[in-house]
Ligand binder design. Structure first.
Ligand code: ADP
Ligand code: MG
Length: 369
């Protein structure tokens, strides 16, 4: 799969730009604040129908304008496909493929697989469970429609149940039948997510292990991902019943798959607490490369890779390893951003990689030759 052309109108700091993409590696080089990440964000929209940070579409409309428009021309399995994503306050968001508008965005997700490596990704190791759930949800959503649909349902049912708890608490009454009927819906989607996450970790771990072993060459470190869930301990409905008093008092649901976590370990020890910085970084890259491998296998086409400012975050050794991988041609199309043009061009040149380079300046692009 390749993105051949990208056309942006009034998206973030771009008034109207068209980029023709040639080759497989594209570098966007320019000062901080020039609009490099914004370009990647636009590509992210084409894959996920939303940005990577928060889903605030309005904030992405260029200041002073009222509509943005992102157009991507893809080549996939010999076919040309045009994806358009537009947003205006009046008409809301629209996503189209070859002129046909989607009724539900979930139908689109997964068709154009993508792996984003962002500057703050180390949070996946350091922060709380929410970041790890988001990482794996994003991945699973691209390969499993049933997962995505149940994730959307679960989130909606959870919000409804929480509102119900608050309402009942205010009234000072408990309506068990009503709670049971809400629970039934939550349990149904929750159990599906639980089972799928359980299976996913089993399938995903070998990909991570193999990437990690490559990165730490020769060292014998055993990595593991342990799935932690309230549902492992007890039947979901039973847990909800047990915690009902507490949930009523707090006005929110304190058990369920929205509290799941994934524990990363190295030789049996928690990576977050006991891993060295180097081990944590290698693990993070392994996770990301495994994302690529997993999507490629499940999806049948190579995902796009967006590497946002990674040269800033990685040390020489890991940059070198990454370049080694990039040059061996296993990846598809790669987009790289860097605020220090000299550095990435040097690294790519040393690795013997040919790239298409653009200079980015305040929302305008110029190809460098
Ligand atoms: N809706 C918007 N309208 C106009 N400019 C925007 C909008 N959203 C972000 N920007 C501008 O985009 C720039 C940041 O772009 P970004 O791609 O993050 O830069 P970088 O090159 O550092 O990655 C900032 O100057 C910001 O003001
Ligand atoms: Mg940036």
């Amino acid at each position: 799969m390749r993105l051949e052309k990208l056309h942006l109108v009034n998206f973030k700091n771009y008034a109207d730009v068209e980029v023709h993409l040639e080759g497989t590696i594209h570098c966007f080089l320019g000062k901080n604040g020039s609009g490099k990440t914004n370009l990647l964000e636009a590509i992210h929209y084409l894959s996920f129908t939303k940005g990577s940070f928060y889903s605030n579409d309005l904030a992405n409309v260029r200041q002073g304008q009222d509509q943005f428009f992102i157009n991507g021309l893809f080549e996939k399995n010999g076919k040309r496909l045009e994806v358009v994503c537009s947003f205006s306050q009046e008409e809301k968001k629209k996503v189209m493929e070859n002129g046909k508008e989607y009724n539900r965005f979930s139908e689109h997700i997964g068709k154009y697989p993508l792996v984003l490596v962002a500057p703050n990704d180390i949070e996946v190791i350091w922060d709380g469970g929410e970041v790890r759930r988001k990482l794996f949800d994003t991945l699973l959503a691209q390969v499993d429609k049933v997962y995505l649909e149940n994730l959307i349902l679960y989130q909606a049912h959870l919000r409804q149940r929480n509102s119900l708890l608050k309402m009942l608490a205010e009234r000072g009454s408990v309506d068990r039948d009503l709670i049971d009927s809400y629970d039934e819906k939550l349990v149904s989607s929750g159990n599906i997510l639980y089972q799928k996450r359980l299976d996913f970790v089993q399938q995903y771990l070998p990909f991570v292990t193999s990437r990690y072993n490559f990165l730490v060459k020769g060292l014998t470190e055993i990595i593991d991902i342990q799935y932690e869930s309230d549902l492992k301990k007890n039947d979901f409905k039973k847990e909800l019943d047990l915690k009902l008093d507490r949930d009523m008092a707090l006005g929110r649901t304190t058990v369920g798959v929205h509290r799941d976590d994934f524990l990363f370990t190295l030789n049996g020890y928690e990576l977050k607490r006991y891993g060295s910085q180097g081990q944590q970084k290698s693990f993070l890259i392994a996770l990301k490369l495994a994302e690529f491998d997993y999507l490629a296998v499940k999806n049948g086409s190579k995902p796009l890779i967006l590497l946002d400012d990674i040269f800033d975050k990685l040390d020489d050794e890991r940059i070198h390893q990454l370049m080694e991988l990039i040059t061996d041609g296993a990846f598809g199309q790669i987009f790289i951003t860097d605020a220090r043009p000299g550095r990435s061009l040097e690294v790519l040149k040393e690795a013997g990689v040919k790239s298409q380079n653009f200079s980015v300046e305040e929302g305008s692009l110029a190809e460098l030759f």
